[in-house]
Write a new protein. Sequence first.
Length: 616
Amino acid sequence: MCGIVGYIGKRQASPILLDGLRRLEYRGYDSAGLALSNGRGIEVLRRAGRIENLRKLVAETNPRGEAGISHTRWATHGAPTDSNAHPHRDQSGRLAVVHNGVIENYQQLRDWLKTEDHKFSSETDTEVLAHLIGYHYDQSEEQDPVQRLVGAVQAALPRVKGTYGIAVMHEDAPSVIVGARLGSPLVVGLGADEHFLASDVSAIVAHTKDVVYLNDYDVVTITRDGFDVKHLEGGEARVTVSRVDFTEDDAEKGDFPHYMLKEIHEQPNSIRNAMRGRLSRDEATAILGGLQMTPQELRQVDRIILSACGTACHAGMVGEYLIESLARIPTEVEIASEFRYRNVPTTKDTLQFVISQSGETIDTLAALREAKRKGIKCLGIVNNVASTIARETDGGIYIHAGPEIGVAATKSFTSQVAVMTLLSLLLGRIHHLSSTDGLELIDELEAIPDKITDILKQAAHIKQIAEKYAHVDGMLFMGRLINYPVALEGALKMKEISYIYASGHPSAELKHGVIALVKPELPSVFIAPHDAVFEKNISNIEEVKARKGPVIAVATEGHPHIEKVADDVIYIPRCPSALSPLLTVIPLQLLSYYIAVARGCDVDKPRNLAKSVTVE
Ligand code: M6R
């Protein structure tokens, strides 16, 4: 989604802004721009397309300035053109704004501003916001330009319906940048003789690890020497300085050609991190203090709702199987975008979890708010500890996967599944799961990272299979029980990065319609580990083969007879079926990755997609 980077200090701003934008590239965008203030005025440079286009423009014009704001835009109102790119100026041309989010009442505001003789040069909601702030600035009788600018922001924003994270500069106040947020994240970076504003901390972590995550309705003023946070309605706001716990290298590709491949290979460690300090052999259970619920409170839970989008939703579906089989608590997955508009029946002891890597997905956030509105206790399963969802939930479980930059979620999926296994173990152990079964699960869980390493060693074999099928137009993914969500996840990965149409199905659904599609040009991927439904999967594979459909099988080692029915087999190590999604998903991630590479796709930045979907 859109990205914001602001800088004020002693250094030239443009290299810092361009580097920060590059670090936000993964979020998805289609144009970029920056505004620099050098005491003589504000210079705005904008380009449609990649940040590289903006970089070239900066190199040609060599703009100077030790304060600046910049932006990557993902088009919502108006096409991705130079003139729709941010920053936008106000009517006077002396104020510049960058904005993340959506101004829902922009048309009414625009019509009203036109009656005040304002002229617009773009189709965006952001330009309306710039004009609105500029209008209040021009109307103000305040003499001090900094106070006047802060006052204009405080006067304009309550008139706006929608979401925003903004950074604003004015030629009259070259020593400040003003920021504000409502529903779109914004963080202040604290440096020596310099300060930063960013929509995501990864944009500024190369410069500082001391940050202040702004809250909704905060209005911040940053200068070279300090910062000040006020409430939108006036008065001082609550400020907490946090320390970022990852380095810029964690957010770099290292020796890997793509973030996605790096993140796939990080999974043995990210799963270890998800489990670290959370397993008790003595009590054969999991310790999840972040839930902030006593065993008595947990024992009362009679229904669980898991809400999420995309990959996180698939992880939730795995969680449903785990919780129901280990703890026998009725559990349902509600797609967050549906839940927010539905009226899901709940009980007094329903417990809801929202699952989100970014913690900023707007539909998941709305599901959380809807649950709270209805009095449902709602916890988070989140990666980004500073995110809005992390802050608005009553507690939860951090997955500690580290920064996930590739748009295609990989390590966050396995870490979400890992923590839901811990949750199921904990819930199981306060109900009827025996300590013997609990300990066995712990042993098996602790063995999972090394088993993933073994699967990763087969990358060359999976690449060969990928190259064999890279030309196809479509693919089917089949799985049963706990591996049905893995089929959905495999299909999602394939679609989003290789642009091959793919769909996931419970294997037995084949006969109910999908089989009509089977033909020699349409490969089917069967997730068929050696579990209670293995033989059923074999029958389904035979049905596909009888119709000349090619089959790629993900199967358990030690059962080579599957090679008699499938064209290609990728083996995973043995494991209990409850944990199998942690292994079966790995070959599917690699398969989609290598197919996308073979097709020449931009793996880390697939078309039309954003890493974090912060607008509805
Ligand atoms: O940040 P979140 O986990 O809330 O994101 C949810 C989905 O937008 C995300 O999983 C999306 O489906 C990914 N692109 C899948 O790879």
